[in-house]
Design a binder for this molecule. Structure first.
Ligand SMILES: [Zn+2]
Length: 107
């Protein structure tokens, strides 16, 4: 009896580990997508476009819609960025998205 309980727990642990690894892989891949790192900031003309642009990006984990909770102006390596704090409305995963203002003119 006790042995069976233990193995069920072990199976659950293994499954937890597998889903943690999957989540890590998904998060790592997300960093290669536009907007998920300062180096891949999405070019925008104005800060007012941040919310619309963020909503157009699906949650990397579940493809749900992201909602913007807040966005702030930051300067990284001399580049003016808007950093949007977003959360998935489906799975609740929070993340930061990066946008560059005045986009094309800088390059
Ligand atoms: Zn999600």
């Amino acid at each position: 009896m006790a042995k069976k309980k233990l193995s069920a727990r072990a199976a659950r642990r293994a499954s937890d580990r597998a889903s943690e690894k999957l989540t890590r892989d998904i998060e790592r891949l997300a960093l290669l997508e536009p907007g998920h790192t300062p180096g891949r900031a999405i070019a925008l003309d104005a800060a007012s476009q941040v919310e619309v642009a963020a909503r157009a990006i699906p949650c990397p984990r579940c493809r749900g819609a992201l909602r913007v909770e807040d966005h702030t102006a930051e300067t990284l390596d001399g580049v003016r960025l808007r950093v949007a704090k977003v959360a998935c409305s489906a799975c609740g995963a929070g993340r930061l998205l990066y946008f560059r203002l005045g986009g094309a003119a800088l390059n």
